[in-house]
Design a protein around this ligand. Structure first.
Ligand code: CTP
Length: 402
């Protein structure tokens, strides 16, 4: 098979392939960019694989950076774009399920492709768009099938993160997981415990933000990978409920908010879950606000002032997130979503900074710096948000002088 028209990302990198070939080496585009081009999806990094050894690559190109030279990767600069040029290699000895202990450079493309994770990721493309397909990746691509290259057990023992990549690709590409590949994941799910949580986290969030996250999540639970990560052990039934939801998630706080609400986690447990997953503090705070607001909004007897304060406290971004999450969980209707949004939009104060007085004003008026100052500011914010006082400096200061 041949791609008739090469995407501009490949065209820009063609001279690199041409230079390597002119020097007598083989060179191909490989990995995700080839897969995504064939699927007509946006292309990210264009990676190049070559039979030239790193030292040979460095001799051919003027501007190179030794990015991961011990693993065979030299970064080649072409018109200020950086391309990773990696020597064909085998990664024979794995002991920690994560990283190749020993990289051996080889001259054979087949050796290089056969150590890759899935057949759709083991395609190579020549400079003219001709596809080299040694593992039936094209057939799997057309059938929407995610299949490990060769023996799935071997592939997952080499790098257990590949099991997470499998469910992530399933969610992103809406592909089926080939039966033996899925069985191998189910049998090896515990290997995930050997993988740094940061790496699992990144794949997990990509999965949850993909258009078919429900399918990817269902496999994550079914294969028991959910048992091998922090926070989800014994929660399969609860988690399964999520897979029935219809809708899209757009950021990480929404993802965790959804989990916190589904697993009915309190503030402490939510923080603990997110810490265990090494989430950024910003994400932890955002998720907590979202979870709290969602809980408040579902309190049926919430009065108007409490509702306004809850919406204000969550802040603008969290308001959108919370309403979407609640809508997604069918806990509020579209009408309620619109109504809450309208109340928020009409609040006299939407951010703490917009209060007509600041700490300095209060100190000038005799309030001591420290907790008293914080409490006074919060009291004034509340009064403005719920409509007891206008957001006016003189009016606000007059209340503290009394
Ligand atoms: N654990 C891994 C990671 C990567 N690869 C191989 O290295 C290529 C490039 O990996 P990477 O850039 O991490 O992922 P992509 O497949 O390009 O996908 P994406 O860009 O969506 O992450 C993959 O296509 C695959 O051939 C692999 O075999 N095993």
């Amino acid at each position: 098979m041949k791609l008739n028209e090469l995407a501009p990302e490949f065209q820009a990198a063609q001279p690199i392939l041409a230079d390597l070939e002119a020097a007598g080496f083989e060179a191909y585009f490989v990995g995700g960019a080839v897969r995504d081009a064939l699927l007509q999806r946006p292309i990210h990094d264009v990676d190049i694989a070559t039979s030239a050894y790193p030292a040979e690559v460095k001799q051919i190109f003027k501007r190179t950076i030794d990015t991961g030279i011990q693993h065979g990767t030299v970064t080649v600069m072409a018109h200020d774009v950086a391309y990773e040029v990696t020597t064909f290699r085998t990664e024979s000895t794995y002991q920690d399920f994560r990283r190749p202990d020993k990289v051996t450079f080889v001259r054979s493309l087949k050796e290089d492709l056969k150590r890759r994770d899935f057949t759709i990721n083991a395609l190579a493309m020549r400079h003219d768009g001709e596809i080299i397909d040694l593992f039936d990746g094209l057939k799997d691509l057309h059938q929407g099938m995610l299949r490990a290259v060769g023996d799935p057990y071997a592939r997952f023992h080499e790098d257990a993160l590949r099991m997470m990549r499998a469910v992530r690709f399933q969610a992103q590409l809406a592909f089926q997981l080939e039966a033996q590949t899925k069985t191998a994941i189910a049998k090896n799910h515990r290997l995930l415990q050997k993988i740094a949580i940061e790496r699992i986290h990144s794949e997990f969030i990509k999965l949850m933000l993909a258009s078919n996250w429900q399918t990817g999540l269902a496999t994550f639970i079914e294969t028991k990978m959910s048992e091998a990560v922090p926070g989800f052990s014994g929660q399969a039934t609860q988690l399964q409920k999520l897979t029935a939801l219809a809708g899209h998630l757009t950021n990480e706080c929404q993802v965790w908010g959804l989990f916190a609400l589904t697993l009915t986690l309190n503030q402490k447990d939510t923080r603990q879950l997110l810490r265990a997953w090494k989430s950024a503090n910003q994400v932890i705070d955002g998720t907590e606000r979202l979870r709290q607001l969602a809980t408040d909004l579902q309190t049926t007897d919430i009065d108007e002032a409490e509702l306004k304060w809850a919406l204000f406290s969550a802040g603008q971004i969290a308001v959108q997130d919370t309403l979407s999450v609640l809508k997604l969980m069918a806990r509020i209707t579209s009408e309620q979503q619109a109504e809450f949004r309208q109340i928020y939009d009409q609040l006299p104060l939407q951010s703490s900074k917009a209060l007509a007085v600041n700490g300095q004003d209060l100190m000038t008026n005799g309030i001591q710096p420290g907790p008293e100052l914080g409490r006074t500011l919060q009291r004034l914010r509340y009064a403005v948000v719920v409509g007891q006082l206008p957001n006016n400096k003189a009016a606000l200061l007059s209340t503290i002088k009394k």
